[in-house]
Design a protein around this ligand. Structure first.
Ligand SMILES: Cc1cc2nc3c(=O)[nH]c(=O)nc-3n(C[C@H](O)[C@H](O)[C@H](O)COP(=O)(O)OP(=O)(O)OC[C@H]3O[C@@H](n4cnc5c(N)ncnc54)[C@H](O)[C@@H]3O)c2cc1C
Length: 442
């Protein structure tokens, strides 16, 4: 519930130290309005969270959006990537492609980056042009499936060492000496159902942390702490890592990232002799039955929640996902045929119906603010999203995000979610079913 006056909370508890939580803490520390506010971050894992969405070898940094507000915000983030965060940023370009013109995100994104007027963009009209720009070995029909045959390269986009950038921001926050960091798992919100007031959280060991404002930024786990049915859900995305030689690293590292939006498959230039392939897709759902986190009676609800290599250290990507990544890699770089991924990982998006973030006071509970809904594209905003979140905490949602980041007026069945049009690959997969299919095929 938005406070009626611009009262500054005396204490703020942030649940989650990923992109949303950590950047919020940094912005609160910098903002003189919060100079007397006690700030705490609690995370279920020691930093850097091994299965957090924000921790990985690389993330694409782009202003290439079909939606103008995100293109604008990403452009301002990029200024910070090129300066403050430059040790962790590589501007080698991003090639956004499709195998058919029916993929409408590509031309919409091209129109937006052109409208920004600052990015160096080159239109690519054939598979051969894409293959040349990206230094791909794969040619012919197979090569074309991998590369796509229409698109553009934005030489002003790049990629970031995600873990490195998160460590860097964490250090900056620690150096400000304002934030108390706690490693503990939150089991539930402290909700007074008579007054509809949230006064903090209960931890797994039954102790409590109280605060005048609780900011829930638990990423894909947020639906385990708040009933987000019809608003946000966890989807598992696949990643594969392949060690390569120093000569291969040198040959590939300066080319742009290839993002084929028809398949959702992408390859970011390798770093530290490790090549990564992944899919920006509809992902796996993991329906899990839990007590309704908001209900005192504790009746059960079923929501999709992350299931990670921390839950099961032997977890690997289901065969379906491994095959898709391998096929893509062999289409674009046939010389990697027969070389297995040495590590695969499922990383969890917090998807919303439109791909918009959810940065909002809770409409019903006083003292509760939610900052999540990264929808597979929030990393690039690391340097700026905290400032936007704090603006929203102060009741000043940026004009172009009004109606996008706010709590939706109604819950919408997930079957009716449109997304942002950027996803490729198979639809409707359930993690446990794909794991079972993999086991039967081994
Ligand atoms: C495979 C993959 C590829 C991506 N690629 C890109 C890209 O190229 N470019 C881009 O911009 N974005 C990308 N993204 C999206 C981006 O990484 C995410 O949107 C962003 O990192 C989400 O941050 P977060 O803070 O919401 O979640 P997280 O980083 O997951 O942070 C949530 C934190 O909450 C903690 N937590 C959860 N439950 C509890 C609890 N009960 N108690 C205490 N703590 C808890 C977790 O331990 C975790 O540290 C990608 C995401 C994935 C998964």
């Amino acid at each position: 519930m938005t406070p009626s006056n611009a009262e500054i909370p005396s204490s703020i508890l942030i649940v989650g130290s990923g992109v949303f939580g950590l950047s919020t803490a940094y912005s609160l520390c910098k903002n003189p309005l919060f100079k007397n506010t006690a700030i705490t971050i609690v995370d279920r894992q020691p930093f850097p969270t091994p299965d957090g969405s924000s921790i990985d070898t690389s993330r694409i940094i782009r202003a290439d959006y079909a939606s103008p507000p995100y293109a604008r915000l990403a452009t301002s983030a990029q200024t910070a990537w090129r300066t403050t965060f430059s040790p962790h940023y590589h501007e080698t370009g991003l090639c956004v492609t499709a195998t058919s013109p029916s993929q409408t995100y590509v031309p919409a994104s091209l129109a937006n980056v052109r409208a920004l007027g600052t990015d160096r963009v080159q239109v690519l009209e054939s598979a051969e042009e894409i293959q040349n720009v990206c230094g791909l070995q794969g040619k012919g029909e197979r090569g074309r499936e991998g590369s796509g045959c229409t698109g553009y390269v934005n030489w002003s986009s790049g990629w970031a060492d995600a873990e490195g950038a998160m460590r860097y921001l964490r250090l900056m926050v620690e150096e400000m000496g304002r934030v108390r960091f706690i490693t503990a798992s939150v089991s539930r919100l402290l909700i007074d159902h008579t007054s509809s007031l949230v006064s903090g959280v209960k931890l797994g060991d039954n102790t409590t942390l109280t605060a005048s404002l609780t900011i829930l930024a638990a990423g894909a786990w947020t639906p385990s702490l708040l009933d987000l049915r019809g608003i946000a859900t966890a989807t598992g995305q696949v990643l594969g890592y392949l060690p390569i030689s120093s000569a291969e690293q040198a040959a590939l590292e300066s080319y742009p990232t290839l993002l084929n939006l028809s398949s959702g498959l992408f390859m970011i230039p390798p770093s530290s002799n490790l090549l990564k392939v992944a899919r920006h897709g509809h992902g796996y759902k993991n329906p899990t039955t839990i007590p309704n986190p908001e209900s005192p009676a504790g009746e059960e609800i079923t929501v999709s929640l992350p299931y990670t290599h921390v839950d099961d250290p032997s977890q690997s990507v289901p065969l379906e996902g491994q095959r898709a990544m391998r096929n893509f890699l062999e289409q674009i770089h046939p010389s990697f045929s027969g070389r297995p991924f040495t590590k695969t990982r499922i990383c969890w998006y917090t998807d919303t119906r439109s791909g918009d973030f959810l940065i909002s006071y809770h409409p019903q509970y006083e003292g509760l603010f939610v900052a999540t809904g990264g929808s597979g594209h929030a990393f690039k905003f690391l340097p700026v999203i905290g400032d936007s979140i704090v603006e929203c905490v102060l009741g000043r949602t940026p004009d172009d995000f009004k109606g996008r980041w706010e709590w939706p007026a109604e819950r919408l069945p997930e079957t009716l979610w449109d997304g942002d049009g950027s996803r490729g690959g198979p639809v409707g997969m359930i993690l446990i079913e794909e794991i079972a299919k993999s086991a039967s095929k081994l």
